[in-house]
Design a protein around this ligand. Sequence first.
Ligand SMILES: [Mg+2]
Length: 226
Amino acid sequence: MKKLVLFDIDGTLLSCGRQVGHIFLEALKEIYGSFRKPENYSFAGKTDSLLVIEMVRGAGLNLGEIHSRIPDMRNLYLQKLEQRLDPAEMTVLPGVVELLERLSRRDDIELGLLTGNWRDGARIKLSRFQLDRFFSVGAFGDDGLDRRELVPVALSRARRTGHAFEPPQVLIVGDTHLDIDCAHASGVRCLAVATGFTDAESLRQAGADWVFPDLQQASLQFSLFR
Ligand SMILES: [Mg+2]
């Protein structure tokens, strides 16, 4: 029976370094004037629209105003990202290319994305290394605020392309407790890799079904996923 593997991007497939945070905050300042990043704030695993809301909320704007400017924020951020995202500051994480090439040759597996990035942000990041060619379906930061909303979106898009997947046939691959949480909220299993900012022990404690140091070392687990 055919399976669907949904990959997170940042910290799972690649790392962009600090440049994306700078670009994001710069766009945020231009659109909203001011913002207040909550103390010890983590970008990891959150949708882009949720990042905007959480960072601007403390600066005195009401929720309606914040929401109404999200399309402008998205356009400005994506324009800056397209112009400035420098692959020299990015890293494709260990084993990623080999794994995607191998899985894409299997006819019992469909590859997709499940990411908090706005759709074009995902494309821009992946296309710096031609990784976007591997993914036929996906759910993105444009599809919901809470990552939990994205799993049903990805499944319904897959269904529209002729593949109906039940949760046991789906695997989410990510690097944060939010990847694990959104998978389990939809009855889907999660393979976690410690290539982001969350260590293996924390991923284990968050209930990941499998935890590996990186995707190279997770390789065997994918061979067993049939
Ligand atoms: Mg991530």
